[in-house]
Design a protein. Structure first.
Length: 333
């Protein structure tokens, strides 16, 4: 496989001579953070200490500052790069492109002196992501198995809205998801004129404020431990509380609860119990979306990211079988 691209055992996606994405690598002077999810911020402190530059979009920088604290990124030389703007480092040209995933998410392309275009998709959902022409493509593999197909798409937002409205008839609704996805849910509900107060704990609220600063429209938000918010919940008034998935076992077990998760393939809305639903809202491509990206990108070689959760080996096999393109899951396991 090419020496121009790889994925290390620690999860660094190496592009060309200089760039390591999403984990620290001691041999690369440039670190890129494709987006502010934890599995893409691996070894960030080390990168800040030792890399010449740590690059990301300004939205990702703002999200990291609220997730890890405002001082965290001060420890190094951080450079923000807008989508589509190219920066030169030695004889390589580096560009970030939009990835439809969470706010600020980017794909990375590196073009070397020989004109080889090396592309890393990062995490993405095909619908809103421009497909980049690549010679060597490194692609995420979260839903890289043919068993991970979602035969539904458009109706998800409507189902989310109707499920939440059903819950609001009886009082507060709790929604659980990951950072970025929660804010997407807020945006969907706000756009659908669900105008009850939104409530969120501090971290979720701060992430939401960053999303608003970068152009998302989320509606009125209250801090969950403020009196006004506590009163709403205690009086059983219609309101929506947004919590990180990690809090699902600690927050009001008896309330009407909605989980948003991409790991749902059979039905767009699944009832767990009378007051508990899972909505299949994903910020990743399903299997068909991953294959479609590769097909349109027309690379000579593909590497599937076998460090992060997913089906990298299966995806590599399927890419070779369906498209006739050389593909490998790296790192080898
Ligand atoms: Zn992600």
């Amino acid at each position: 496989m090419s020496e121009k691209a790889s994925v290390t055992d620690k999860g660094a996606v190496l592009l060309g001579k200089n760039v390591a994405c999403d984990a620290f690598d001691e041999n690369k002077p440039l670190r890129i953070v494709t987006h502010a999810h934890a599995d893409h911020m691996v070894g960030l402190q080390q990168s800040l200490r030792t890399c010449k530059k740590v690059m990301m979009t300004s939205a990702t920088k703002d999200l990291i500052s609220v997730m890890l604290g405002p001082l965290f990124l001060m420890g190094g030389s951080v450079e923000t790069l807008d989508y589509g703007k190219t920066t030169q480092f030695e004889d390589e040209r580096i560009t970030l492109h939009k990835a439809d995933h969470i706010l600020g998410a980017a794909q990375v392309s590196v073009e070397d002196a020989e004109g080889t275009r090396i592309v890393f998709t990062g995490d993405f959902r095909l619908e809103g992501t421009p497909v980049l022409d690549a010679d060597i493509l490194i692609i995420e593999a979260t839903y890289g198995s043919p068993s991970c197909k979602r035969p539904f798409n458009r109706e998800i937002n409507d189902l989310l809205v109707s499920t939440v409205k059903k819950g609001l008839d009886h009082g507060p609704v709790y929604i659980f998801g990951f950072h970025g996805k929660l804010q997407e849910v807020m945006q969907i509900l706000h756009a659908a004129d669900v105008n009850v107060p939104f409530i969120a704990p501090e971290r979720v609220l701060h992430v939401s404020k960053v999303c608003e600063q970068h152009g998302m429209r989320l509606g009125q938000l209250l801090l969950s431990n403020e009196k006004e918010a506590r009163d709403l919940v205690e009086r059983n008034s219609p309101c929506i509380a947004f919590y990180h998935m990690g809090s699902r076992n600690t927050v009001d077990r008896d309330a009407f609860r909605v989980y948003v998760s991409g790991w749902e393939f059979n039905v767009p809305c699944r009832m767990i119990s009378k007051n508990e639903y899972v909505i299949a809202l994903s910020d990743h491509s399903d299997f068909n979306g991953l294959i479609e990206y590769v097909r349109r990108s027309r690379p000579q070689q593909v590497i599937t990211d076998n460090h992060r959760v997913g089906h990298a080996q299966t995806l590599a096999n399927e890419i070779h079988k369906r498209l006739g393109i050389t593909a490998q899951a790296i790192p080898h396991r």
